[in-house]
Design a protein around this ligand. Structure first.
Ligand SMILES: Cc1cc2nc3c(=O)[nH]c(=O)nc-3n(C[C@H](O)[C@H](O)[C@H](O)COP(=O)(O)OP(=O)(O)OC[C@H]3O[C@@H](n4cnc5c(N)ncnc54)[C@H](O)[C@@H]3O)c2cc1C
Length: 476
């Protein structure tokens, strides 16, 4: 196992000089927060956490890491689901939470310039006030940060129409592991000068450089939207209905699938009945646009398509309150599932037309291995979150029991031309499975890129590439 230099009291003092004593956390219980994210129940131990405010401070922290051989784990809001922000080898956690300024909303060029610690929802609301829209909206939008979204190439319920984070990143400023800073361009719509380093950083999970500023593309905010919920008596029928919507040539702004077990978890979590709770599956649809009549027409057409595809019933949200009620069920599913039992999430993604086969395969695997699972997700994107549940509090036993089932689920996904993660990243939780969907040559090229950015291997070690890492510690 790789070993690194420890954080000594002298290092803590040097960090205090860089970012100010109030922004260096080296004692529990505050420090423990920086040792976990939202991935399963994993807890690691950061030796120290620092909260820089400027790019120059980030550079100074990275120079210190480069000089001393202490690893650095970048961190946003810690909502990640693949363990990307976990300090698996200890060292310094570099949290960008104080770098949270919206630097500019440029209405002439339709771009926003932001620091990485801006919360997704805060950006959405700020640009919304001037009639603009930043579409990538993870269900965690109320807390996750733009830097974390960029590092994970985050998606969300509206990506089926509008695309992922990568489609909105025009350029970045970033700090290399040795402390050098670079910019990848400006507010340009077109710029093919050399390799697209900005796009390379999107989805790089904090393993290549620390994003310190982002220039993001905005679009005009659609003036109208309508939401519809359809109930189905089988998951299979619902999954086939997703394909029927694709074939109808209408692109909804949201196309989500939720299976019954997820609805039950949502009811328990919200403490109230959810609409169509006795259905075996639901599809949540949103259609948006600038012309009210065509939005209504498209929504009615999608409703018809779903009924023709076998929906039992469909309900139109006719008030903002009803819309919010339907959305609240979808947005709570991550937290709701977490309350049901310990779980491991398989963030599968397949071509959209293969969703029915994927869901059938998942149920086959669950029956064969005797496991419980809860599936839901961005079906319009072909991205289904399969949460494999276990009642065992013992990690090793869980691993023993669940790993073969997880491998079988990923085998189903990859056999359908899919991947082991659609939007949550590889981190440390999925690194052992990366080879299931990337060939040895692609793995070698990726490793070469990592080595070029980070020759000493000090930035977010133990992530993306399979590595022997220490076991998690007990929760503090
Ligand atoms: C309830 C719930 C719902 C979710 N729904 C979705 C969803 O719909 N779609 C989706 O895509 N994800 C979803 N997620 C996962 C998660 O919210 C996203 O991955 C999000 O992008 C993480 O952002 P964060 O700020 O919390 O980053 P963190 O978890 O803090 O970090 C994530 C990764 O980014 C790196 N990182 C953070 N900041 C920087 C930076 N400035 N520079 C370089 N690297 C950095 C970290 O090292 C780590 O590898 C959900 C999570 C939860 C808990």
């Amino acid at each position: 196992m790789q070993t690194f230099a420890p954080v000594t009291p002298e290092i803590v003092e040097r960090l205090q000089t860089i970012v100010g004593a109030a922004n260096v956390i080296h004692r529990d219980p505050e420090l423990a927060v920086y040792g976990r994210d939202e991935t399963e129940d994993l807890q690691y131990r950061a030796e120290v956490a620092v909260k820089p405010r400027t790019t120059a401070e980030v550079q100074a922290v990275m120079r210190l890491s480069d000089e001393t051989g202490i690893p650095v784990t970048p961190r946003g809001a810690g909502t990640g689901l693949s363990g990307g922000a976990l300090p698996v080898f200890g060292g310094i956690v570099l949290s960008v939470e104080r770098m949270n300024d919206i630097l500019e909303i440029d209405e002439a060029n339709l771009v926003a310039r932001v620091q990485p610690g801006v919360i997704n929802q805060v950006l959405q609301e700020a640009v919304g006030e001037v009639g603009l829209y930043y579409p990538p909206d993870p269900a965690s939008w109320g807390s996750c940060q733009i830097g974390g979204n960029i590092a994970e190439n985050a998606g969300g319920p509206h990506c089926v129409k509008y695309g992922l984070t990568k489609d909105y990143v025009l350029s970045l400023e970033a700090v290399l592991p040795n402390g050098d800073v670079f910019r990848t361009g400006g507010k340009l719509r077109k710029d093919v000068a050399g390799y697209q380093l900005g796009q390379l950083l999107v989805g790089s999970e904090g393993t290549l450089a620390i994003v310190t500023e982002a220039t993001l593309r905005l679009i005009p905010k659609p003036a109208h939207k309508r939401v519809l919920l359809a109930a189905f008596d089988s998951l299979d029928t619902a999954a086939n209905a997703i394909v029927a919507v694709y074939k109808s040539r209408i692109t909804p702004s949201t196309l989500e699938i939720i299976e019954k077990a997820a609805l039950e978890a949502a009811e328990e979590h919200l403490g109230r009945p959810v609409p169509y709770s006795d259905a075996e599956a639901q599809i949540l649809v949103e259609v948006d646009g600038f012309d009210e009549e065509s939005v209504d027409r498209d929504l009615m057409r999608v409703g018809e398509v779903l009924m023709e595809a076998g929906a039992l019933d469909a309900m139109l949200a006719d008030t903002p309150a009803k819309e919010e009620e339907l959305w609240s069920v979808r947005r709570c599913l991550g937290e709701a599932t977490k309350k049901v039992a310990a779980y491991v999430e398989c963030d599968t993604a397949v071509p959209p037309s293969a969703v029915p086969e994927l869901l059938r395969g998942v149920r086959r695997v669950a029956a064969e291995y005797g496991i419980r699972q809860i599936s839901y997700g961005h079906a319009g994107d072909g991205n289904i979150h399969v949460n494999v549940l276990t009642d065992s509090p013992d990690r090793e036993e869980r691993e023993r029991k669940l790993t073969p089932a997880i491998e079988a689920i990923f085998a189903v996904a990859t056999s359908l031309g899919g991947t082991i993660t659609g939007e949550h990243g590889v981190g440390c939780a999925q690194s052992r499975y990366l080879k299931l969907c990337r060939d040895p040559v692609a793995m070698r090229v990726m490793k070469g890129i990592k080595d070029a950015f980070d020759p000493k291997g000090l930035l977010n070690p133990g992530k993306v590439f399979e590595a022997k890492i220490p076991p998690p510690v007990a929760a503090v």
